[in-house]
Design a protein around this ligand. Structure first.
Ligand code: GAR
Length: 196
């Protein structure tokens, strides 16, 4: 089995990144994590990745005159790792069309809602404000429209009396950690694909 080479893009805590790293430590997992990239030097996930012996890179977009130049260097970094698949895991930047198209069909994202509901930020608060009785998370292919690509896997959780956005987020996060490694397994093993 040739394992697909995967880079993970993070901006913060990196708990989904950790779930992917741990899944990929199984010998029969069809992907290996070869690098973790962050747009924030303070992202706690960087130290976790390094503790697993995974290469890390940090680039702040503010150091570049334009988003396109930042994303060109980001692609160069990913290509220096010979990456097949890119996983966004709490990477809190909207990506430009050229970058997204370069990785079309090879880049996936985890989003904390049942897409197409609640694209963007503050998904848990929005679900509560709507009086939703179920909420959840989605892994999807990344396309230029925000949180709009083809869905790969979703998981639902109940919304319970007394939930706050934080309590609900924690319940969803357990499911994120379950479905993201499963979705990457499907893509890396060739069981799913999209054509443009
Ligand atoms: C996760 O809940 C992820 O779904 C969300 O950010 C959190 C990152 O946590 N992503 C988005 O909202 C993307 N639009 P983590 O750093 O612990 O994985």
């Amino acid at each position: 089995m040739t394992r697909k080479r995967v880079a993970i893009l993070i901006s913060g805590r990196g708990s989904n990144m950790s779930a992917l790293i741990e899944a990929a430590e199984a010998p029969d997992y069809p992907a290996e994590i070869v690098g973790v990239f962050s747009n924030r030097a303070a992202a706690p996930g960087l130290a976790i990745a390094a503790s697993h012996g995974i290469a890390t890179a940090v680039l702040a977009q503010s150091r570049f005159p334009s988003r396109d130049m930042f994303e060109d260097v980001m692609t160069q970094t990913l290509e220096s790792w010979d990456v097949d698949i890119v996983c966004l895991a709490g990477f809190m930047r909207i990506l430009g069309v050229d970058f997204v198209n370069h990785w079309a069909g090879r880049m996936i994202n985890i989003h904390p809602s049942l897409l197409p509901l609640y694209k963007g930020l503050n998904t848990h608060a929005l679900a509560l404000a709507d009086g939703a009785t179920t909420h959840g998370c989605t892994v999807h292919f990344v396309t230029p429209g925000l949180d709009e690509g083809v869905l790969i896997l979703q998981a639902q959780v109940p919304v319970l009396p007394g939930d706050t956005p934080e309590i609900l987020a924690d319940r969803v996060l357990v499911q994120e950690h379950r479905i993201y490694p499963e979705a990457l397994r499907l893509l890396a093993s060739g069981q799913i694909s999209v054509s443009s």
